[in-house]
Design a protein around this ligand. Sequence first.
Ligand code: GDP
Length: 297
Amino acid sequence: IKITEGLARTREQFARGLDSLFSSHGELDDAFWEELEELFIMADLGYEPSMELVERLKERARKEKVTEASGMRALLMAEVEEIFRAPRRIAAINPPEVVLMIGVNGVGKTTTIAKLAHRARMQGKKVMIAAADTFRAAAIEQLQVWAGRVGATFHAKAPGADPASVAYEAMDRAVKEGVDVLFVDTAGRLQTKVNLMEELTKIRQVLGKKHPGAPHRSILVIDATTGQNALSQTKLFKEAAGVDELILTKLDGTAKGGVAIAVAMQHHLPITFVGLGEKLEDLRPFNGEDYARALLG
Ligand code: GDP
C-alpha cells in the first residue's frame, strides 16, 4: 500500500477540520490561530509541538505576506516538508555495515528488522541478523523465523545470555563470512534509562572493538499508533542510546499519523522509513513531500 492509503485515517480526521477552517475563515486573526492549534492537538501532535507549529506558521505567513486563511494550506504543506528536512548522518562504511536496532517491545521492531533485511537481500546483499535481545525466548525464535524467510544468516545464543557477547560473536562471524549488512536487535523491555544506557553502551563497545566504525547507524523504531508515547520513547532513547534515524511503524490504519510531524520537529531526526502493514514489502522510504501531500494535499 502507498503512503496516501496509509495516512487515509489521519487525513480524514485532520483534513476535514482544516478544510473548513481554511475555507470558512477569512482573515488570519487570533481565533484562526487558536482553532488551528486545536486541530493540531486533536491530530495528536501534542501540546508543545502544536504551539511550536503555530508559531512557525505565523512567522511564515508574516514573511510571505499571507493574510487570508485560504492561503494557509500551501504554507502548512511547505512548513511540514521543511520539518522533515533533518540532516542524515552519513558515515563512511567499511563493510560489514552494522545497524543497531532499538525500540520498545511491541512497536514492530522484529518485523521492521525483517523488512529491512528483506530490502537488503533484494539488493543482492549478504545479510546477518543478531539476536542481542536475549530476554525473551519467543522473540529470538521469531527473529530466527524471519531470518530464514528472507534468506539472512542468523546468530543467537540461549535466552538469558549476555547481549554484548551475542553482538561480539555475530560481529566476528559477519567479518569472517563477508556479510554486507549486520542488523543487531537489542532489548526492548522498558528499562530504566541507566540500564538501557549500560546495555547499549556495552554492545556498541564490543561492536566497535571488533570492527572500527561499528555500529554505523542506530535506528529507533517507534509505533505511530501510540501517539505521544512515540515522542517520549524517542526522547528516552535519544538520551540513553544515541539515535541516528527513526522508523515509524503501523502508519496504516491509525488516525495518529500526525505524530510524525511532532517527532521530527522536536527531535530533529530523519525518518527514513515507515511501516504500512505486516508484510515484508510493507516498508516505504519516507519522504516529507509525499507525506505532506498525502496528509494535506
Ligand atoms: P516487537 O515486539 O517490537 O518486535 O514487535 P513485532 O515486530 O513482533 O510486531 C508487533 C505486531 O505489530 C505484530 O503483530 C506485527 O505484525 C505488527 N506490525 C509491525 N509493523 C507493522 C506495521 O507497519 N503495520 C501494521 N499494521 N502492523 C505492524
